[in-house]
Ligand binder design. Structure first.
Ligand code: UD1
Length: 366
């Protein structure tokens, strides 16, 4: 029997997690078929279409085009559209990825229609419910029938929350599958020439968490600390649209020291991979970048109080500084003074997570 799998994606970090799984599903046309739904949570070319192209993803079978809105509006719009589709299609399995609003909406609709649900990147916890992603993850995990876990903290958290061991599958990290599969291509990117940077001659910054960018005091404190760092080593800052909007509204955009912090448009997957892999270090409040830098062995300074991906700081290159300017500057100075943290690649981050997931779905693995 051919198993119909509805794969739901919506925002930038979903795409590199889903691409390897779709690729694996396509290798088994007699047993599995995928129906890909893009909710349209992210719609800018640089946050969406470019990623589909670079990751070699098939065009979505359905694009819902929900766009931006408040959390309730966005989640509700996605749910209404998904329910219509799933009532007709009646898939055998729904797959959701990560922790964005599209993940939450997909999980709720599938569960209410009694369709089995798989959550890829299950079990991560920041223990900070002020993060919308924490709520999205908790709900998706609570509802999922199959929880595919990237690191051991995921399994521990789920067991503590009473999830049966039988539903938890430790498979590795599909985002790292994408990285492993695309690093060769990324090395050919011309982004360093375009920006006129030399390998190791710059640092990279990303910033988009509401808690960091929606508050003028926090955002200006962060930029001040990073400007100081930027006087020792230039910092290139591919700027998320929500961050650019806030910088504009707070009147901070023109005040940034342009020699220290170089703002550029959001980059595609391959250019960003190249930029990270050749950088001296990365400053970020993203989740996925903490994992990518750990795999690449590039030092990462995380501008948040907690990480939901503790393996990256336990064994990887990640240092969690929070938003305290002195701690951020001191972490950057240590790296610039040559004091590197020892690190290794976490277990099962070997580029084969998607194939483990698909073997499991086909019933060949338990
Ligand atoms: C979302 C995810 C976050 C993820 C991030 C990666 C949730 C709750 N958050 O945050 O976990 O780390 O994506 O990028 O799902 N906008 C555009 N163009 C777009 C998309 C958004 O300009 O293509 C602007 C809009 O002004 C929008 C704002 O960005 O209101 C926020 O977008 P949204 O999708 O709500 O959340 P992100 O901040 O992107």
């Amino acid at each position: 029997m051919n198993k119909k799998i509805t794969v739901i994606v919506g925002a930038r970090p979903n795409f590199m997690k889903a691409a390897p799984v779709l690729n694996e599903i396509q290798k088994h046309p007699d047993s599995l078929s995928a129906f890909l739904i893009h909710t349209g949570q992210h719609y800018d070319h640089n946050l969406s279409k470019l990623f589909f192209e670079e990751l070699g993803m098939p065009n979505p079978d359905l694009y819902l085009g929900v766009g931006s809105g408040s959390h309730a509006e966005q989640t509700a719009k996605i749910m209404v559209e998904l329910e219509k589709v799933m009532m007709k299609a009646r898939p055998d399995l729904v797959m959701v990825f990560g922790d964005v609003n599209s993940t939450l909406a997909g999980a709720l609709v599938a569960s209410k229609l009694c369709v089995p649900l798989a959550h890829v990147e299950a079990g991560l916890r920041s223990f900070d419910k002020k993060m919308p992603e924490e709520i999205n993850r908790m709900v998706a995990d609570c509802l999922a029938d199959f929880l595919f876990v990237t690191e051991k903290s995921g399994t521990e958290n789920l067991l503590r929350e009473g999830v049966s061991q039988k539903r938890i599958l430790s498979v590795g990290n599909t985002m790292i599958d994408s990285l492993v599969g695309n690093l060769g291509k990324a090395q050919k990117s011309k982004i360093l020439d375009q920006l006129r940077f030399k390998p190791q001659g710059y640092a990279v910054l990303t910033l988009h968490r509401p808690s960091n960018v929606d508050d003028i005091t926090i955002l200006s404190g962060l930029l001040e600390a990073i400007s100081t760092i930027g006087r020792r080593i230039p910092v290139v800052f591919p700027c998320h649209p929500r961050t650019r909007k806030e910088l504009n509204e707070f009147g901070l955009l023109d005040k940034i020291d342009k020699d220290a912090i170089r703002i550029v448009e959001p980059l595609g997957y391959l250019d960003f991979l190249k930029l990270q892999s050749e950088s001296k270090f990365v400053l970020t409040d993203s989740g996925g970048i903490q994992e990518e830098t750990t795999y690449l062995g590039i030092p990462c300074i995380t501008l948040r109080e907690y990480t939901e991906r503790p393996i990256t700081s336990e064994v990887g290159t990640n240092v969690i500084t929070g938003i305290n300017p002195d701690r951020i500057k001191s972490a950057a100075n240590s790296i610039l003074d040559g004091k590197m943290k020892e690190s290794r690649i976490p277990e099962l981050w070997d580029g084969k997570a998607a194939s483990r997931i698909v073997e499991f779905i086909m019933g060949n693995r338990n």
